[in-house]
Design a protein around this ligand. Structure first.
Ligand SMILES: [Zn+2]
Length: 411
């Protein structure tokens, strides 16, 4: 590791393990298997202190439930219940839904209270506040502005209110965030094109990417090709939900027809070895969201999630929340589950964390700046659960000799 630019270009993973080492045991409810290298199992609090990213997080799936209730009362909006626990049950929060279509029903509720600028500002601010409190340093928040115009809000106002909330949180907590705008598969290609035009209008002003979300089955990305052509003609980054509720051909289409630079989920990539190698060779990042994948039925259990398989083969794997409210999770919790349920040791977790910073849709020199800060920061975290205190400024602690880092990063 000679300089930070190498970190971005290099293969960042270990040599492949044999396919036989794929885990197939256990699930979300089963006890921890512990790290496969025999090191101690680390607590959730350890992961909360790691610097990290959240590159795949939906604004409308990541509200606080208390905020949903408060906003509904203020706005006179109907909810299945105004009590927290019954509402949690009615929205299937954190429970297995069995399908992506069922999972998406919770969004019918959250979207009801996100139809004015003040609510969007608040939801964005609180999301960034929650992320900052669990150690997220950089976040890419995605949503489809067209879903927030039911009460006449202009699309530009939707984007600006959301950006305002994210910027306000950055002023208070230092967390940096940008937006990814989404077209929706099961709405019209024309509306996707409108979202693409909006992304072009806000390029360089807080929008860093374009995505296609929504029900995957029967709604191929190629129908929205004009939207992708427009964003690509304007040099805007593309990520696409693919291989979650549909086969690997949806991933091939996302890459080859729509020009995706990252893939949302990619659970079913393991069904096509040739495509898998192509994605590995081109360092196309996978935005894995393990708990969400179990919840929608895309994978049977955490232990059978392909993340570990992908990581062992050298793919660029990132770990994300998808929907903090609907899946009842945080990035720290997802990393902790990867550690405890899939058996990945701390060195692998650090590599995944770095992959998040490397795969962001930030300009190259800004990514380098993040990596220069994050690499030494990660060296303070040790597999025995100890954390070396941050290096103090010499002027503030005369005579203090910082401990040398004990863990070498393998990126
Ligand atoms: Zn998603």
């Amino acid at each position: 590791m000679s300089d930070v630019s190498d970190l971005i270009d290099d293969q960042d993973e270990d040599a492949p393990d044999s396919l036989e080492q794929r885990g197939t045991r256990g699930g979300m409810d089963e006890p921890s298997t512990g790290p496969r290298d025999g090191s101690p199992t680390l607590p959730l609090s350890f992961f909360e202190q790691l610097p990290k990213t959240d590159l795949h997080v939906h604004l409308d799936g990541s509200l606080r439930l208390e905020t949903v209730v408060e906003l509904a009362r203020e706005q006179g909006v109907e909810l299945p219940s105004f009590e927290i626990e019954p509402l949690r049950r009615a929205m299937n929060l954190g429970t297995n839904c069995g399908s992506l279509v069922e999972y998406l029903k919770a969004f019918d509720v959250t979207l009801r209270v996100m139809q004015d600028a003040a609510s969007l500002f608040r939801c964005a601010f609180e999301l960034a506040e929650d992320a900052a409190r669990e150690g997220v340093k950089y976040m890419e928040v995605r949503y489809a502005p067209m879903l927030h115009t039911r009460r006449g809000l202009k699309l530009t106002s939707v984007v600006e209110a959301t950006l305002g909330g994210l910027r306000a949180a950055q002023d208070v907590y230092g967390i940096e965030s940008n937006l990814i705008l989404c077209g929706i598969r099961n709405v019209s290609p024309e509306s996707s094109l409108e979202m693409a035009e909006l992304a072009v209008a806000y390029k360089g002003r807080g929008v860093v990417g374009f995505d296609l979300a929504g029900a995957e089955y029967d709604h191929p990305a190629k129908h929205h090709k004009r939207a992708f052509q427009l964003v690509r003609d304007n040099n805007i980054n593309v990520t696409i939900h693919a291989g979650e509720a549909y086969g690997p051909e949806s991933i091939a289409q996302a890459i080859h027809v729509c020009g995706a630079h990252r893939i949302g989920h990619g659970c079913r990539l393991r069904e096509d070895g040739d495509l898998l190698h192509y994605i590995n060779d081109h360092r196309v990042a996978l935005e894995c969201c393990p708990s969400s994948n179990v919840q929608t039925g895309a994978v049977r259990s955490l232990a059978s999630h392909p993340l570990k398989f992908y990581k062992d083969l050298g793919l660029r794997v990132t770990v994300n929340t998808d929907n903090r409210l609907v899946t009842d999770t945080t990035v720290s919790k997802e990393l902790w589950l990867v550690h405890t349920r899939m058996g990945l040791p701390l060195d692998d977790i650090k590599s995944i964390v770095l992959a998040g910073f490397k795969s962001s849709f930030l300009p190259f020199h800004i990514k380098q700046g993040f990596l220069r800060k994050v690499v030494p920061e990660l060296e303070r975290f040790h597999a025995d659960g100890t954390i070396t205190p941050p290096v103090s400024q010499p002027s503030s602690t005369p005579g203090h000799t910082p401990l040398p880092p004990r863990v070498a990063l393998r990126s």
